[in-house]
Design a protein around this ligand. Structure first.
Ligand SMILES: NC(=O)c1ccc[n+]([C@@H]2O[C@H](COP(=O)([O-])OP(=O)(O)OC[C@H]3O[C@@H](n4cnc5c(N)ncnc54)[C@H](O)[C@@H]3O)[C@@H](O)[C@H]2O)c1
Length: 426
């Protein structure tokens, strides 16, 4: 998030220094290498480095020397009890207290619980008398569309008390809202909660549709039809209605858990979100259940090809990716796994090394496999060469966790085809 933010801010003419404690990452970036896969980031990254507006350092002191606006894009991973771990944010706030020598706007851009800006303020104020403002400016970008979302946001939320900070940030963001999308100024606490409310609402939509898909299977309905049927209602909307094998990534699982914990801390049991998490946990197991049932519980020695490893398409991010849970469950039952992903294989290889195989193209992964599993809806899997699939698979069996293949076509081609919330073709 930090790199996308920094690069996109440089693109509109600002001078940006990105600070990271990971020296290997900083070294890569200094050598012109983008350390993550994110569509369109490379073009802006190269251009702004070349034009001297985008720099990298491991030194916080050097990074903030000439800066007025400091964005904290630090990790906020879940602690043991689900609460957001604020040690990164407060650690840097503590350092800033020692380092700042002129007016700074310090922006919480990370997803942080209500009250964090106050904590950041107290931490810095305990160490300095220099004037500063702390602002909450949650980021709503989607991985895979991060650059587009940053450059053309639906809205920008700014929680600030200080008129001076509001004015400076209004100017900073004005190039991004020229088409009329709003910069919404509000109080700090509401801004902090807005981000959690947005992610938790989206996660709720996903879990709701996943439960509808289970019902569809049990009642003989087709979830795609139900989805069209309800999505055309403006009050519901077409997006985020796709059932699948559960949400993953670095945001939804942790943000839902953090909001549950924040609620508990103030004596409120957020009942819906407890269920959203529970449904998601079981949905991540659903494809393996279908596989086990198909093979009468015995998959020892069976070979599965898995297409897609990242938690969603167009990213190499594998944090909490459903594919990894599937791999663990299948390995546990004695299966052999060959995988292919357009971007995420290097990250997965770091975890599994030679426990699973990685193929250089999607069809090679199918050689002698008993079945194909689709775990991520990369576009390249949407219209595959079925002749190649048939030639390579031992049996024409597909478990599609993302409903990307057409039921009629699978029937016509004679596949055994399992998907989510739709009839099974046998
Ligand atoms: N990934 C997204 O799509 C997204 C979207 C919106 C909001 N967010 C939020 O943004 C925050 C960051 O998420 P991310 O996915 O970019 O995390 P990330 O782990 O990919 O990046 C965080 C970076 O911070 C660096 N870091 C850690 N400690 C540091 C320190 N003391 N000084 C300098 N750098 C340090 C790490 O080395 C890492 O490169 C989280 O709160 C997340 O919820 C993420």
């Amino acid at each position: 998030m930090g790199l996308v933010t920094g690069t996109c801010l440089a693109e509109t003419g600002n001078h940006v220094v990105c600070v990271d404690i990971d020296s290997a990452k900083v070294e890569k970036m200094k050598n012109g290498i983008v350390p993550i896969y994110e569509p369109h980031l490379d073009v802006y990254f190269e251009r702004n480095i070349k034009q001297g507006r985008l720099k990298f350092t491991t030194s916080l002191e050097e990074g903030i020397k000439d800066a007025t606006i400091l964005f904290l894009a630090l990790p906020t991973p879940p602690g043991e009890d689900g609460s957001a771990d604020l040690s990164y944010i407060l650690g840097v706030a503590n350092n800033l207290g020692d380092l700042i020598s002129d007016y700074k706007i310090i922006i919480d851009k990370s997803t942080v619980p209500v009250g964090t800006a106050d904590l950041v303020k107290q931490t810095i104020a305990a160490k300095t008398n220099v004037e500063f403002d702390v602002v909450s400016n949650p980021e709503f970008l989607r991985e895979g569309f991060a650059v587009e979302d940053f450059m053309k946001p639906d809205r920008i939320v700014i929680g600030a008390e200080s008129e001076k900070a509001k004015k400076i940030l209004g100017e900073l963001y004005s190039p991004y809202v020229r088409s009329g999308n709003p910069i919404i100024f509000m109080d700090v606490r509401s801004a902090e909660l807005t981000k959690y409310a947005a992610n938790s609402f989206l996660a709720t939509k996903i879990s709701f549709m996943n439960e509808i898909s289970i019902l569809c299977e049990k009642l003989g309905a087709d979830v795609d039809m139900v989805r069209y049927g309800i999505g055309t209602d403006d009050r519901i909307g077409k997006r985020f209605l796709f059932p699948g094998i559960g949400y993953g990534g670095s945001c939804f699982p942790k943000d839902v858990k953090a909001l549950i914990k924040s609620s508990q801390d103030v004596g409120y049991d957020f009942k819906i979100l407890n269920s959203v998490t529970e449904v998601n946990d079981s949905q991540k197991k659903i494809l393996v259940e279908k596989i086990l049932s198909h093979y009468n519980g015995n998959i020892t020695g069976k070979k599965f090809a898995i297409w897609g490893l990242s938690f969603k398409p167009d990213t190499d991010d594998i944090r909490e990716a459903p594919a990894l849970e599937i791999i663990d469950a299948l390995l546990d039952k004695g299966a052999v796994i060959h995988t292919y992903d357009p971007e995420a294989m290097e990250n997965v290889q770091r975890i599994y090394s030679d426990k699973i195989k990685f193929s250089t193209d999607q069809y090679e992964a199918l050689n002698d496999a008993d079945a194909l599993l689709i775990a991520t809806e990369w576009s390249v899997f949407r219209t595959p060469d079925f002749n190649e699939i048939e030639k390579r698979l031992k049996s024409k069996t597909i478990f599609d966790g993302r409903n990307i293949l057409n039921l009629d076509k699978m029937e016509e081609l004679g596949y055994t085809y399992y998907s989510i919330g739709r009839k099974t073709i046998v």
